[in-house]
Structures are given as C-alpha cells and as structure tokens.
Design a protein around this ligand. Structure first.
Ligand SMILES: O=P(O)(O)OC[C@H]1O[C@H](O[C@H]2O[C@H](CO)[C@@H](O)[C@H](O)[C@H]2O)[C@H](O)[C@@H](O)[C@@H]1O
Length: 343
C-alpha cells in the first residue's frame, strides 16, 4: 500500500475505535479551521487502535451481540439480493437513510462549492473503502483502477491512507509509533491466540504489530461464542490491553489514548495544516474505527466525513458512498474538478 505522489503523501497505519454518538444535525457547509503549509515528505504512522464505546468494553455483557451485528456477511447479502421484496425494502430503507447521509456523488457540487479556494486534504481508510471486504484479509487488495485513482488524487491533493493494518518500517518514512512498547506483548498475545483458536474452523489471527485481529468472518456462527471466549480468556491476563470490534473481527489493542481521530489531528498538525481556514479535510471510511475521525471533523466544524456503507448505519459522517466503486468515482471526480478549476 505504498503510494508515491507529487505530495509524497503520508501513509498512516492506524488501529482504532468507535464512537457512535451522532452529534448535531446536518449542515450543508462546515466552517472549519485554519491555514498554512503544504504536505511534506513521506510519513508513516503506526497507530494502535483505541476503540471507545460500550461495544468495545471487554466487560460488556453484549459482546456476542456485537459480534453478530458487525457488518452483513456475504451470505446474507447474497440471500437478500435473491429476494426481490427484501431488496426493495432494503433499498427503500437505504434511500431514506441517504436523506440523513446524502451521497457524496449526488452532492458533489455542494462539496466542491464549499471547497472552492481551499486546500482539500484527503484521508482514506483502506479495508472496505479502497479495497472491497473479502473473506481472506490477505486477499484484500486495491484494484488497478483504484490504485490509479488514488495515485491521481494524491497528485492533486495531500492524501493519507489511515489503516488498521500494520506496515513495516520503510527507509524513507518518518515513523510515529505511540504503542511501540506493546510490540512484544502483542506478539505474545498473537501466538497465544493462534494456538488456542487453531481448532476453530475458519478462525484467522492476524498480527498487526500494535494490535491482534481475530477474524471470525469464515467461522460458523455457532462457534462465534467460542472465538469470543478465547479472546476474553486471554485478555484477562493483560490488563493493559483491551478488546474492540470491527467488521467480523475482534481486535486486541493497547489501552492508549490514540485513534483515527487523533491520527488525523496529528497529521494535520505535523504537516502544518491545522488551524488553517483554507484547509478542508475530507475523511472517507467504512468502519467503527473511522467514526473517531468523522467525529473530530464534525465537532471541530473542520471538514467532511464520508461513510462508505451499503446498509443504513448511524454515523458521525456527513455524507455517504455505497461501496469502494463509488469511492473510486468520488476520487476521480475530485481530480476532474481540480483540473477544471485550474483552467
Ligand atoms: O482500518 P482498516 O484499513 O479498515 O483495517 C481494518 C481491518 O481491516 C481488515 O479486516 C477487514 O477486512 C478484511 C478484508 O476485506 C475482512 O476479511 C475482515 O473481516 C475485515 O474486518 C484487516 O484484516 C484487519 O487487520 C484490519 O484491522
């Protein structure tokens, strides 16, 4: 996921959170903050995730419900689409939901009207945003077309990818690792979880360096409880680690005050783009971890969050896009708009 561009866009590898409280009502235009420099050299941030909210609490009684409700499975979607009336109901529900979270494509002119005269800074989540959700996390890759769209957008706007995935330290990046002291502990937990889940068919444990992801997307639902029990059992021995929920994934991460919202603030600050009236940050993401970034932009009246979702969901985002193909269209539209406004 190494993107080169004229801006040498920073790549953030985060891991984070959830905050479901939707604040305030939609406002067409966001006055946001502040002016300065331009994006500088390559930057890699590895961010241990901190998910907040009731569902993330390891002591919550609702963890099995949270596991069940985390993102529709492929099977469910396939079943729904073979049922005309269900599809029609879900489409109606989706259209109603879009009244609250308008499509960033349908309202593109509104967005660009507000962006006029401003420097747009783009923050993009990876899984579910730039690459479609697939059963095997190792197979989640950007299509060539998406890669080209991201490269193109990064030529025109400062662009960062903020992902929960780990990324090895490269030669040309500045590394910011707020959880480096947890690396050994995380590795130990990773090994333990690999061992104790090895007999659960379909379970996959991923070492994301600052976080361990335990995937249950391919585990039969009758065994989800076992997966949860394994993770909770291990966590009991690690008071400095906590559990959070993502899309069919349980994640074990350090108890740290760090999330994708803080990552966005850190990047804007480091790159001299915070407190600038002429900077408009736009964050595109699909998961609970992205909600903290949406919230930071919303609360500070600083920019726009765009939620990628094909089903209605409460969010701190302002706009929506249905899936990665719409994200690609949005990125390409931004490039076209930038080129035409330069004429
Ligand atoms: O912050 P992100 O870039 O969105 O990363 C979040 C997690 O994404 C990956 O898991 C998700 O995508 C997989 C591939 O499509 C899917 O199989 C899985 O069910 C999803 O949860 C990644 O594997 C995790 O390590 C990331 O934390």
């Amino acid at each position: 996921m190494d993107l080169k561009s004229n801006h040498s866009s920073p790549v953030l590898t985060d891991s984070t959170p959830m905050n479901n409280s939707r604040l305030g009502i939609h406002s067409a235009l966001l006055p946001y903050s502040p002016p300065v420099a331009a994006f500088s050299s390559s930057l890699l941030l590895t961010i241990p995730r901190r998910k907040t909210g009731l569902l993330d609490d390891v002591r919550s009684n609702c963890w099995l419900d949270a596991m069940k409700s985390s993102s529709p499975t492929h099977k469910k979607l396939t079943k729904d689409s073979s049922n005309d009336s269900a599809l029609s109901d879900s489409e109606v529900a989706y259209r109603n939901w879009m009244l609250k979270y308008p499509s960033a494509l349908a309202t593109f002119e509104q967005i660009t009207n507000f962006a006029k005269g401003k420097r747009v800074a783009l923050f993009l989540d990876y899984d579910g945003t730039l690459s479609p959700i697939v059963d095997n996390p190792d197979h989640a890759v950007m299509s060539n077309a998406m890669r080209a769209a991201v490269r193109a957008v990064a030529k025109h706007f400062p662009t960062a990818i903020i992902s929960g995935r780990s990324r090895d330290k490269g030669k040309e990046v500045n590394l910011f690792q707020p959880a480096s002291e947890f690396v050994l502990m995380i590795d130990e937990v990773f090994r333990t979880l690999v061992e104790i889940t090895k007999d659960i068919e379909g379970a996959k444990v991923e070492n994301n360096k600052f976080c361990v992801s335990v995937h249950y997307r391919n585990v039969h639902e009758k065994s989800w409880k076992t997966v949860g029990e394994c993770v909770h059992g291990v966590l009991k021995n690690y008071p400095r680690l906590r559990l959070t929920h993502g899309r069919k994934v349980l994640e074990v991460r350090p108890v740290l005050s760090w999330d994708k919202g803080k990552a966005v603030e850190f990047l804007l600050e480091s790159l001299g783009l915070s407190n600038c009236d002429d900077v408009l940050p736009i964050y595109v993401g699909d998961d609970r971890t992205d909600e903290d970034a949406f919230k930071v932009l919303r609360e500070g009246n600083r920019g726009y969050g765009i939620l990628v979702s094909s089903v209605p969901k409460e969010s701190n985002a302002f706009y929506s896009l249905r899936d990665p193909s719409e994200v690609m269209e949005f990125l390409s539209s931004l490039v076209m708009w930038k080129k035409s406004s330069a004429l």
